[in-house]
Structure formats: structure tokens, C-alpha cells
Design a protein around this ligand. Structure first.
Ligand SMILES: Nc1ncnc2c1ncn2[C@@H]1O[C@H](COP(=O)(O)OP(=O)(O)OP(=O)(O)O)[C@@H](O)[C@H]1O
Ligand SMILES: [Mg+2]
Length: 245
């Protein structure tokens, strides 16, 4: 079953500082995403990977094209639906971690991770228990759980971000280089967690630079080249080209 149909997606940026020139982020990108699959997005730096995820999450409003989410009761075009629909889908359906670490409010790490579960209606105790399990699985030291992530290292923050994004097991999960700041062992723990904590119902679209990670997690690979779709291939046909460490 198809959960997302991406059709003719384009995004350009007006660069007023550059004398009103335009920078192309995405150029006429189309592909479908199947329910429950793990899709890896790869491509050189600047090829449009983050722009694609941001168009799917509607951080960016595309210039043209459609991103149709085939929900249980109706189809929604994420490229053009009202902002209030986007807010509801972000709460109930779509999770996202950005490539760069967002400013995190002055809230203990365990509550940062628990928050989406509380918003979904879980009790605070249950939500915090799940949050602690996720932080344990990601080897975030116990003494940091009640501390504010603002002071954490890049890799610690990245793990808090990842735990928060996966905690509610969203139907669609968008991950922008979620393990880039992690050492090999912690990265492996994060990858394991993605497959053990998320059941087959979560559809994951993840940007990864590391070919080993792509081969470990992905069902199919979307290769972007200079804002355009180069190819979509099953992971066993993916040769690792175009990925630059
Ligand atoms: N907000 C923005 N304003 C202007 N240009 C942008 C913006 N976001 C992206 N771009 C441009 O769009 C192109 C694609 O950028 P994007 O961040 O999507 O690349 P990427 O594939 O994620 O790269 P990386 O691997 O380095 O993260 C780049 O040329 C970039 O400069
Ligand atoms: Mg990027």
C-alpha cells in the first residue's frame, strides 16, 4: 500500500542577497513511499535531501508539486493543506528530526522524550518510563536524564532528539542524518533501536551518509543528484555511489 505519493515536487529559494537569483533545492521530484518501508535518501551534499524532508514535513512550502498522504480516512496534500491540518498531522502522524540540533527548551531530557507521548494521552508516569527505556537503549548516561539537554554534547543531544522522534511510534517518521554525530558503537545501538522499537507499521524516510547504515536499515534507496531524482532502487541493487562521507 502506498502511504505517500510525491509528485513533481519542486522547491526554489529566492536569494535576495545574491541579486534576486534563485537557488534550486528540488527539481520535479516524484516517487511513492510504501506503508511500513524504510526508505533511505542519499546524495551529495547540497543535492536536496534536507529540502525534501522539509517539504514532506511542510517546514518548506514547495513551489509546485504534491505530497499526498494517504491516511486511514482520507488523502491530504501536505504541500497545500491548511496550516492547522499540518499541525494535527505533526501531532498524530508525522515525526521529524532535523539535521541540526534544535534549541531544546529548559526541560529535563527524560521529559523532552516523554512529551509527545503525554500529548498522545499516555500518563506522565508511563511516558517517562518509555522515555527512560529509550534513553537506556541509546546509552544516554543515567545521570543526564534529569538534566537539561542544552548543555549536552552534540551526540547526546542527537540521541535525545532521536528518542523523542521515535517515542510515539509515528506512522511516518522523517529522520535527517539522525546518527551523524554518534560514534560507531552508539550508532549501532541507534540503528538497532530503530528496528526493535518501531514495529512494521512505521514508515521511515531517513537521510543517511553512511553506506553501511543504509545497507543495514533500508528497504529502498532514493538517490538525489543536484535537486533531481536520480533513481530509486531496492537496497540490494544500491552500489553506494553518489554517497560522499
Ligand atoms: N532555506 C534555504 N535558503 C536558501 N537556500 C537553501 C535553503 N535550504 C536549502 N537551500 C539550498 O538548497 C540546496 C539543497 O540543500 P539541502 O540542505 O537540501 O542539501 P542536502 O542534500 O541536505 O545537503 P547536506 O548533505 O550538506 O545536508 C543547496 O544548494 C542549499 O544551499
Ligand atoms: Mg542536509
Amino acid at each position: 500500500m502506498t502511504i505517500l505519493s510525491i509528485d513533481g515536487l519542486s522547491k526554489t529559494f529566492d536569494m535576495h542577497v545574491l541579486g534576486d537569483t534563485q537557488v534550486v533545492g528540488l527539481d520535479d521530484v516524484s516517487f511513492d513511499v510504501q506503508t511500513g518501508e524504510f526508505l533511505a535518501i542519499v546524495g551529495e551534499s547540497g543535492s536536496g535531501k534536507s529540502s525534501l524532508l522539509k517539504c514532506l514535513y511542510r517546514t518548506y512550502e514547495p513551489n509546485s508539486g504534491r505530497v499526498v498522504y494517504h491516511g486511514p480516512t482520507r488523502d491530504v496534500d501536505l504541500a497545500s493543506c491548511p496550516a492547522r491540518t499540518v499541525i494535527g498531522l505533526r501531532r498524530d502522524v508525522i515525526g521529524y528530526t532535523s539535521q541540526f540540533l534544535d534549541e531544546i527548551p529548559r526541560v529535563p531530557a527524560v521529559d523532552v522524550v516523554a512529551r509527545p507521548l503525554v500529548e498522545q494521552g499516555h500518563s506522565r508516569d508511563d511516558a517517562r518510563e518509555t522515555a527512560r527505556d529509550l534513553l537506556t537503549a541509546l546509552s544516554v548516561p543515567r545521570e543526564l536524564w534529569e538534566a537539561y539537554p542544552a548543555t549536552f554534547s552534540g551526540g547526546e543531544r542527537q540521541r535525545v532528539n532521536l528518542a523523542q522522534a521515535i517515542a510515539p511510534r509515528p506512522a511516518v517518521l522523517l529522520l535527517d542524518e539522525p546518527t551523524s554525530a554518534l560514534d560507531p558503537e552508539t550508532r549501532r545501538a541507534a540503528i538497532d533501536l530503530l528496528s526493535t522499537y518501531l514495529d512494521g507499521e512505521t514508515t521511515v524516510i531517513g537521510v543517511f551518509h553512511d553506506t553501511n547504515v543504509v545497507e543495514a536499515v533500508a528497504d529502498r534507496v532514493v538517490v538525489l543528484d543536484d535537486g533531481r531524482l536520480d533513481r530509486v532502487v531496492p537496497v540490494d541493487e544500491y552500489d553506494g555511489e553518489v554517497v560522499v562521507e
